[in-house]
Design a protein around this ligand. Sequence first.
Ligand code: MN
Length: 201
Amino acid sequence: MTHLVEPTWRDVLQFAPTTATIERHAPTARRLQDVHSIFADQLACQRLLAANPLIYRVTQVEDHNGEGDIHYGLGILMPGKVGREYFMTKGHIHAWRPAAEVYIGLRGRGMMLLEDERTGECRAAPLVANSTVYVPGYTAHRTINVGDEPLVYWGVLSSAAGHDYGAVAERNFRLVVVEKDGQPVVMARTDFLAELQGAHA
Ligand code: MN
């Protein structure tokens, strides 16, 4: 005996990989004004603030919240730089620290900074179309667009994970991704700040 019923929007959602929109779900937009403090070069930041460009949009699907359920979100991160530093997300660590996440690249060329909160160990992983990045538990993560088109990706994680932005906002990431001779390079924030001080002196 079968009990066939029609699937609803709780079963199936359509999304657009070019605009990173999901039916029935409203995006959250972050403009430079909202995230200005994450960038190292505050003089360059001030110059861009008049235009207040869109940095990224995230659309979260958090419709299933029982034990064992999953949340997922579609992100679009614009191409651009603040000074030499590429546009990036605020970054966060999960409120439930052991919760891991998988990122799935759909479009564009990006990187992820992964910083283990317990050891301080940092990694920079490529996030590009048709590849995944595994974000282990206890690891702060930030997405960076190092290409010249929008970077579009999914993030999929436990519905119990939660987001802690405060821990990252306090001290920022130890690494930065900046343009050097037309290429993205990963360097220590302290070294980049020292370079800026020299350049602005
Ligand atoms: Mn996350």
